[in-house]
Design a protein around this ligand. Structure first.
Ligand SMILES: *Cc1c(COP(=O)(O)O)cnc(C)c1O
Length: 372
């Protein structure tokens, strides 16, 4: 397929970064800095500073970050974990695989956890509440913390999609006991492969995670218990550290592209679009994704495809409708309706202005508008 607008254009990203990134890669390899070296420590320090947390622990991916947290908190059978079904399966799998029971909240109009339901969902068995800051937008963290405090549960933020987002001037990922980030290539900050991090202000927890990610090792050969191999590759850390310096600029680019989409799409009555970048005074959204909704979603996706525009449906089937996960007793009408209607438009810092205009024009033609 010859796309005019790809959903994420990795070759284009590489063309733009190659001249500056190649020396970083070359230098790291030439030094032989392959495992747990200075580049990783630097990245962890810079990431913690960027987010505003005391400590950052680099791990192999976000899912493993959650796995280490589930282990560190000794989550097990009898424990309940409250989150949403409109998320990537990895939000829940590390907890379910340890025997915990998922409890699912429905979503509100902005695709995020409907925090008003939390009061009815938490019980004395609730160990963890996991707000998912989907699409680069932060969940209402006052409501989450209040529900957690009522039953003595811990808040872990799935911030995989929200690096740099904020709620009431406080960065996503600094509210709970800990938060996890993904550096999967398509995320706000992407590696050239898998990578992730856990952030926390709890120094003892951070030290425990450092041991858990490296076979339980503390120091050269002492073990403080059983552990995993969930290290963040040093080479990926060097790449991420360079990219982290570009991130503020990329976030601004995403927000200005969102503003452009907003301007061009807001007058279409049959299409719902995300809140614009300056419309919500309580939040700073970073637009990891730009999800629109429409009744004729599948036809719209096909129309865009015919115009050479690549889109993505996240997700066509919610977790509680996946046969095999054992969650089919949940009724989540807003989640189910969204999964039938949602469509993510191309959104990444490599997008050119003309491409956003081309996408918006194609959408106008679909709905029988002027076509611009
Ligand atoms: C990407 C993602 C994950 C998993 O991240 P990995 O680094 O691929 O393990 C978890 N939760 C959400 C919401 C995500 O978008």
């Amino acid at each position: 397929m010859d796309w005019r607008v790809k959903f994420v254009d990795y070759p284009q990203q590489w063309r733009r970064q190659r001249d500056e990134l190649l020396p970083v890669i070359e230098d790291t390899i030439a030094r032989g800095d392959l495992m747990l070296r200075q580049q990783l420590h630097d990245f962890e320090d810079n990431l913690a500073r960027f987010v505003g947390s005391v400590r950052a622990v680099g791990v192999s991916n976000c899912t493993d970050g959650l796995r280490l947290l589930a282990h560190a908190l000794d989550i097990g059978p009898g424990d309940e974990v409250v989150t949403v079904a409109h998320t990537f399966v990895a939000t829940l799998s590390p907890f379910v695989l340890r025997g915990a029971k998922p409890v699912l909240a429905d979503i509100g109009g902005d695709h995020l956890m409907d925090t008003e339901q939390l009061g009815e969902l938490v019980t004395e068995r609730t160990r963890v509440i996991i707000p998912v800051h989907l699409n680069g937008r932060t969940v209402d963290m006052h409501a989450v913390q209040k529900a957690a405090d009522e039953v003595g549960a811990v808040v872990l933020e799935d911030a995989a999609q929200a690096l740099g987002a904020a709620f009431e001037r406080r960065t996503a990922g600094t509210f709970g006991l800990a938060s996890t980030y993904s550096f999967y290539p398509a995320k706000m900050l992407g590696a050239l492969g898998d990578a992730g991090a856990v952030l926390t202000d709890d120094v003892a927890l951070a030290d425990r995670l450092l041991a858990l990610r490296d076979h339980g090792r503390v120091g050269k050969s002492d073990l403080d218990g059983w552990g995993y191999n969930c290290r963040l590759d040093n080479l990926q850390a060097a790449i991420l550290d360079w990219r982290l310096r570009q991130l503020p600029e990329w976030i601004q680019r995403r927000r200005s592209l969102a503003a452009r989409y907003d301007e061009m799409l807001r007058d279409l009555p049959d299409l719902q679009i995300p809140v614009g970048p300056d419309a919500d005074q309580r939040r700073f959204d970073v637009y990891q994704n730009y999800p629109v909704t429409a009744d004729r979603r599948d036809a719209l996706a096909e129309h865009l495809r015919d115009d050479g525009i690549e889109t993505l449906i996240s997700w066509p089937v919610p977790l509680h409708r996946q046969p095999g996960l054992g969650l089919d007793h949940w009724q989540l009408p807003h989640t189910e309706r969204l999964c039938r209607r949602v469509l993510s438009l191309p959104m990444n810092p490599e997008l050119e202005d003309w491409q956003v205009e081309y996408v918006a024009g194609s959408i106008h033609r679909f709905f029988g508008g002027s076509g611009r």
